[in-house]
Design a protein around this ligand. Structure first.
Ligand SMILES: NC(=O)c1ccc[n+]([C@@H]2O[C@H](COP(=O)([O-])OP(=O)(O)OC[C@H]3O[C@@H](n4cnc5c(N)ncnc54)[C@H](OP(=O)(O)O)[C@@H]3O)[C@@H](O)[C@H]2O)c1
Length: 299
């Protein structure tokens, strides 16, 4: 039977394009709904007019989840730590398939799970594993894309699009995987339609659009599109680590996570390890070069 899906965080940076992608594939789902805080229902008016249901309530209340098969969480950094509570409520409400807010690197590789930036994702994975042991019919999906190309090639990573300079934290030659946001949305929606292997509680999709690229190459593509040559100056990640620690001591969690995030782009955590799962989906993702041409071609 076609699944009924509830989206948490549907108003966020990933949530909005994801809702649009669900609408494109609406016929394949029984119900598509977003969970909305009572004070913020109006922001979903457009989606509602196109056929998305609005469930008004709290993500910590089991009643919000009644009648849904799959929950897709798009909690942002601020709400990430609340996911164990969401998972408890979702299970109590009858949900048996959960997508935690991942959509980045494979945080289980090496020591990346110790990075502050990933802390709440790690806690969520641990919680899901524990719940799957308690409830043999509860399943979850981890979907990993590496950094979104749109986020990698941005001022957050020290790019000055006017002066054609870039100052990222990290080492030259570091490899990363990147995926265009429209393809991330297609992977998330498409994965829900792939049947879960029987006898398993967890599955992982590693689906980077461009599996392996260097920062130098990304900046070369950007420069080519702009008719410029980027000057790269790598910053010592220790500088970001010190600012992260200062923020932690000041009790400024947003700043702490911000600085933790600054050094993850080139520390290897965004490189998705093989084997990859792109072949399980019926489309060819955009390359990094194509995405950069699409995004910056008109500049
Ligand atoms: N790989 C990448 O490059 C990349 C890039 C971006 C995002 N991501 C991942 O994608 C996921 C979603 O990120 P995002 O950028 O879409 O996040 P976001 O824009 O911050 O959106 C977060 C959503 O969660 C809701 N939310 C936040 N705090 C809340 C709270 N306390 N209670 C209830 N709802 C709350 C927000 O609703 P309100 O507006 O009502 O607060 C919003 O709908 C994350 O896992 C993130 O790491 C990955």
């Amino acid at each position: 039977m076609a699944p009924s899906v509830l989206i948490i965080g549907g108003s966020g940076a990933v949530g909005r394009p994801l809702v649009d992608e669900f609408l494109k594939q609406k016929a394949k789902f029984q119900r598509i709904a977003v969970l909305a805080d009572p004070a913020k229902v109006s922001r979903f008016a457009d989606a509602q007019a196109k056929g998305v249901e609005i469930v008004v309530g709290s993500f910590l209340d089991a009643k919000s989840y009644a009648g849904f098969d799959v929950v897709v969480s798009l909690a942002g950094n601020a709400a990430m730590k609340l996911q164990p509570g969401m998972i408890e409520a979702a299970i109590a409400g009858g949900v048996r398939h959960f997508y935690p807010s991942e959509y980045g690197g494979d945080i289980s590789v090496g020591e990346f799970w110790k990075n502050r930036y990933f802390r709440d994702k790690v806690v969520t994975r641990d919680h899901l594993a524990a719940k799957a042991k308690e409830h043999p019919d509860f399943r979850y999906t981890l979907l990993m894309t590496g950094p979104f190309t749109e986020y990698a090639v941005s001022s957050f990573n020290g790019i000055d699009f006017e002066k054609h300079t870039v100052e990222p934290y990290g080492e030259p030659g570091a490899k990363l995987s990147v995926t265009a946001m429209p393809d991330v949305m297609r992977y998330i929606v498409g994965s829900i339609l792939i049947p879960f292997d029987s006898g398993k509680n967890v599955r992982e999709f590693r689906v980077p659009g461009e599996a392996r690229i260097t920062w130098e190459k990304l900046m070369q593509y950007l420069g080519d599109v702009q008719g410029a040559q980027y000057k790269l100056t790598y910053l010592d990640p220790q500088g970001a680590a010190l600012k992260q620690e200062e923020a932690r001591k000041d009790g400024n969690e947003d700043e702490e996570v911000f600085w933790a995030g600054k050094s993850v782009m080139l520390n290897g955590s965004g490189l998705i390890p093989e084997p990859l799962d792109n072949g399980k989906f019926p489309f060819t993702p955009e390359t990094a070069k194509e995405t950069i041409q699409r995004l910056f071609g008109a500049i």
